[in-house]
Design a protein. Structure first.
Length: 71
């Protein structure tokens, strides 16, 4: 086996070992967390769901008049 091929295999093995050490949670737990987040976090792009957004709370509101600035 060539030295290059061996080195690539060892690097791949190392990446697989690193992935094996990643923390994992059950799909049901991740789904529940996601559902909780989207039902409690107000999204200013969905006024039909959350109601109108106050201008001071709108992260997409720009300077005076709400005009976009093109550079």
């Amino acid at each position: 086996m060539s030295e290059l091929k061996l080195r690539k295999l060892m690097e791949h093995t190392q990446r697989l070992k690193e992935q094996l050490d990643l923390p994992r949670i059950k799909v049901s737990e991740a789904s529940q967390t996601l559902i909780q987040y989207v039902t409690t976090t107000k999204d200013s792009l969905l006024p039909s769901v959350w109601g109108p957004v106050d201008k001071k709370d709108d992260p997409f509101q720009t300077g005076a008049g709400g005009c976009c600035v093109v550079l």
